[in-house]
Ligand binder design. Sequence first.
Ligand SMILES: *[C@@H]1O[C@H](CO)[C@@H](O)[C@H](O)[C@H]1NC(C)=O
Ligand SMILES: *[C@@H]1O[C@H](CO)[C@@H](O)[C@H](O)[C@H]1NC(C)=O
Ligand SMILES: *[C@@H]1O[C@H](CO)[C@@H](O)[C@H](O)[C@H]1NC(C)=O
Length: 268
Amino acid sequence: MASIYVCLFLTARLTVSPSSSQFFEGDFVSLSCEEDDSSAEWTLRRNTSKQQRTQCGDGWGEGAGSSCNITYIFTLDSGVYWCESREGPISNMVNLTVTGGSVILQSPVLPVMEGDDVTLLCKTKTTPSNLPAAFYKDGSLIRKQPTGHMTIQHVSRSDEGLYKCDISGHGESPSSWITVTEKPTTASTPTTSALPPDCSSLQLGFRVVLHLLVFCPYVISTLLMMSLYRHRAKGNKLSILNLHTHPEQGFDDEHEDVITDVTTEHRF
Ligand SMILES: *[C@@H]1O[C@H](CO)[C@@H](O)[C@H](O)[C@H]1NC(C)=O
Ligand SMILES: *[C@@H]1O[C@H](CO)[C@@H](O)[C@H](O)[C@H]1NC(C)=O
Ligand SMILES: *[C@@H]1O[C@H](CO)[C@@H](O)[C@H](O)[C@H]1NC(C)=O
């Protein structure tokens, strides 16, 4: 339970606006890392075919705080985007595809939950109204829609796959992966449904950290007591041998040394 709590507060969610995983070249895209604890600093990073792990402002995007705007997106901006904090945890990852073509499929950018309805929209760059479109999943035609959009009701795991669409006379969209996540099985864990999929692996990490936090003070205090005991024994011997006039002073200096040692050790 404690680990779920920690996970909730240290994980950010990357959101994309407008909410789509595909864009036309020249579109404006706003990305932001959202989380409850605004004290943590999140950095937006991405992998593209050309560069890995570059952060917002470093050759792409304009950032302020935990958000990043791309005012004119290029096909080379296609890639995987995520938020990362200096402490290590990362958010959900998002695939963005930018096309130089004239058709896109607007599909959910975040994983959808089992049982939800999902609407896919097939759009052209030039025509403002929706045109009839054909939708494909994993390479096979699934539906032709005169309205240009298609709703999958009560999605299940079998709806997961690679989707694209086609508008006659305009062309084909790129493909985008739609991920379907499992609905939480018990009523006692409704909060976990809001977490990004990476959270489960983070939980494991934090459980380890929690254990370290519990065990460290115990180990440190044991070490501290042992060294204090050793130093005191040594100090007493020295003061007896040297007939020190201030026997307590020697001990105090060494006592301070022990404290500094422990503090450095603690900063691992
Ligand atoms: C980004 O690229 C780096 C280096 O190639 C790789 O280790 C990492 O797993 C990639 N991250 C994602 C989210 O694809
Ligand atoms: C990004 O765009 C949004 C919406 O247009 C705006 O509110 C925000 O201030 C912009 N942020 C940056 C860093 O330019
Ligand atoms: C991103 O796209 C690649 C290639 O289509 C796919 O293997 C990967 O699972 C996708 N990642 C996410 C987070 O959607």
